[in-house]
Ligand binder design. Structure first.
Ligand code: AMP
Length: 218
């Protein structure tokens, strides 16, 4: 199954994608993670994206479209993928439709994680991840079991995203409202949009997503 998770930053797209990856073997395709990897490796794409990301702005559509087009053509995507962070604009959604047709693939569902924006700033400013294995945590909602030790791999170093601060977060929320939210009616018109309460406990959110997937014809 090929799905899109849509929601503002901090809605839980990454967390839910990881659950779905583990349980259903689908592949998470996070354009934000791809860009952060490109920055780490000092690739040209990363250099172009870095300052835009730090300001909470979007990276140009053509660059993102090329990145995802190449990624979904890879053989591991044949077992199903979760798009996390793409598309973020209507032109990206239109380009996605074209590339799926060209690659003989289709979208099965577009799941919106509906959240209360006021709660997002608190959620996002507490996020951190293991520097070794990438497992994600939160100061308040999901701390490590032992202080400063990763539950998954025992790693002792952690990272925080530079764009997870209150000021950049406000810019990212505005970008979501203005540039990304218009893709919701785009998918509604195609009958693909399903809405899930993203404010519920994260396990209940997973159950709600699974219920949507179970009702979706493969
Ligand atoms: P994320 O990890 O999904 O929150 O993305 C982090 C940042 O990467 C965003 O704030 C944008 O600057 C950039 N980015 C990720 N995906 C896209 C996309 N599909 N289109 C444009 N910019 C993106």
């Amino acid at each position: 199954m090929n799905i899109i998770l849509i929601g503002p930053p901090g809605a839980g797209k990454g967390t839910q994608s990881h659950f779905l990856e583990e349980k259903h073997g689908m592949i998470q395709l996070s354009t934000g993670d791809m860009l952060r990897t490109a920055i780490k490796h000092e690739e040209p794409v990363g250099l172009e994206a870095q300052s835009l990301m730090a300001a909470g702005k979007l990276v140009p559509d053509d660059l993102m479209v090329r990145m995802i087009e190449a990624r979904i053509a890879k053989p591991d995507c044949a077992r199903g993928f979760i798009l996390d962070g793409f598309p973020r604009t209507v032109p990206q959604a239109e380009a996605l439709d074209k590339m799926l047709v060209a690659q003989g693939k289709k979208l099965d569902a577009v799941i919106e994680l509906k959240v209360d924006e006021a709660a997002l700033i608190a959620r996002v400013s507490g996020r951190f991840a293991c520097a070794n294995c990438g497992a994600s945590y939160h100061d308040t909602y999901m701390p490590t079991t032992k202080p400063n030790v990763c539950d998954a791999c025992g790693g002792k170093e952690f990272t925080r995203r530079p764009d997870d601060n209150a000021e950049t977060m406000k810019a990212r929320l505005e970008v979501f409202r203005i540039q990304t939210a218009p893709i919701l009616p785009y998918y509604q018109a195609k009958g693909l949009l399903k809405v899930v309460d993203g404010m519920a406990d994260m396990h209940d959110v997973t159950k709600a997503i699974e219920a949507v997937l179970n009702q979706t014809p493969a």
